[in-house]
Design a binder for this molecule. Structure first.
Ligand SMILES: [Zn+2]
Length: 388
């Protein structure tokens, strides 16, 4: 089947295209053209002057629609993934917080099953933990946190194929060996829940830790020790030009001024926007997988208010936040939820931009940046269409 989207502002790698068309055949983009004349045999969709941008690629989300990926079941996964797809996400790397090994194996089996289905939006599993600095546990369950343990991580990566990213604190004993091993297996190593200083970040980068988990959250910035000034993890990451970062862009985990600062210093090509969403995102549910978590002021936090614990955000809200509150152009906001995460996760050859031959993952937004329609692999996501 051939579909032609017209009457839209289309984001291409060369900028905005007006009076053009996006042609979709089956699950691929057949062509993005500067002509909007009807094509014979195509089903024409009038986008009513929507912004047409690539679907969002979520590289850090714990759940949604009332379900958490730590539940490990197919039903929980499908519900959470669907909830995010309603808001513009077309690819997702489900995230587990610091877990036990049986929980990780259960979630890996489910991930592999979903990945084996045709046109799956699930592209791989992301492990946030459990090799973290206990002082920086934040919303992670402290009882699951430990030092990197090769008797756990080597068999896990030998017996599974879905783990695509694993976050750890680089200052821990054994962390460099861990970083080298997992990157040799094609897994992205990311620094997180850490007190790393420049030396740790520099050495870590060369051991494979090329990404930073929820930049600014669960890591110290510039601070004084006995009156003397010290760089924190944040400044150390800024100093590594080739290191990529992700920021929770709900407008609460970091203020809009900091979103703008990250954008200015790291730039579009090194910055991905994430939700870090918990089960209560895109849901009426007030419950998180971790019973210590409450929702207050539009964000998840520990009940003692000692730390933020994740967001209730969705992909469309990230775009609205950075455009409307941090004054970042929509084209750049869009690239930070699609192109940059696609590059970070190694799927840029098939996703992340609207170009001939790529997967037909597309979202249509109105002038207020609310979702009007979402297509994932050329299929309209049920319940998203307000266009036709
Ligand atoms: Zn997280």
């Amino acid at each position: 089947m051939l579909t032609q989207i017209v009457n839209a502002r289309i984001l291409t790698p060369g900028g905005w295209l007006k009076n053009g068309s996006v042609l979709i055949r089956d699950n691929k983009i057949l062509e993005v053209t500067n002509c909007d004349l009807p094509i014979v045999g195509a089903k024409m969709i009038d986008a009513k002057d929507s912004y047409i941008i690539p679907g969002g690629i979520e590289i850090h989300a714990h759940g949604g629609g009332g379900r958490d990926f730590m539940e490990g079941t197919e039903e929980a996964f499908r519900t959470a993934v669907k909830a995010h797809m309603m808001h513009g996400t077309t690819s997702i790397f489900p995230t587990l917080s610091s877990s036990t090994m049986p929980m990780i194996y259960a979630a890996a089996r489910t991930t592999e099953q979903l990945m084996s289905e045709p046109n799956s939006p699930v592209l791989g599993l992301h492990l946030e933990g459990h090799y973290f600095n206990l002082n920086m546990a934040g919303g992670q369950m402290p009882e699951n946190i430990k030092y990197p343990d090769p008797t756990e991580y080597i068999p896990l990566l030998e017996n599974t194929s879905c783990i695509k990213r694993w976050d750890a604190a680089p200052e821990l004993p054994g962390a460099m060996q861990f970083g080298k091993y997992i990157t040799s297996k094609g897994v992205l190593a990311s620094v997180g829940h850490t007190q790393a200083e420049f030396e740790d970040i520099y050495t870590g980068f060369h051991a494979g830790f090329t990404h930073a988990t929820h930049f600014y959250n669960a890591m110290p910035g510039f601070h004084k020790r006995k009156g003397y000034k010290n760089e924190g993890t944040v400044e150390s990451i800024y100093l590594m030009d080739d290191m990529t970062v992700e920021v929770v862009a709900d407008g609460i985990h970091v203020p809009p001024t900091i979103l703008r600062l990250v954008y200015k210093i790291k730039g579009v090509e090194k910055t991905a926007l994430i939700t870090d969403a918990l089960a209560c995102a895109a849901s009426d549910s007030k419950e998180a997988f971790d019973p210590r978590v409450i929702i207050e002021d539009g964000v998840c936090k520990l009940a003692d208010r000692s730390a933020l614990a994740g967001s209730v955000a969705t992909m469309d809200r990230l775009i609205r936040t950075v455009v409307q509150k941090a004054d970042i152009p929509l084209a750049d906001a869009s690239r930070m939820v699609s192109e940059t995460p696609a590059r970070i996760m190694g799927v840029i050859d098939r996703k992340g931009t609207l170009e001939k031959g790529k997967d037909a993952d597309i979202m249509a937004l109105d002038n207020d940046l609310n979702v009007r329609a979402v297509w994932a692999m050329g299929e309209l996501v049920e319940g998203t269409n307000t266009l036709f």
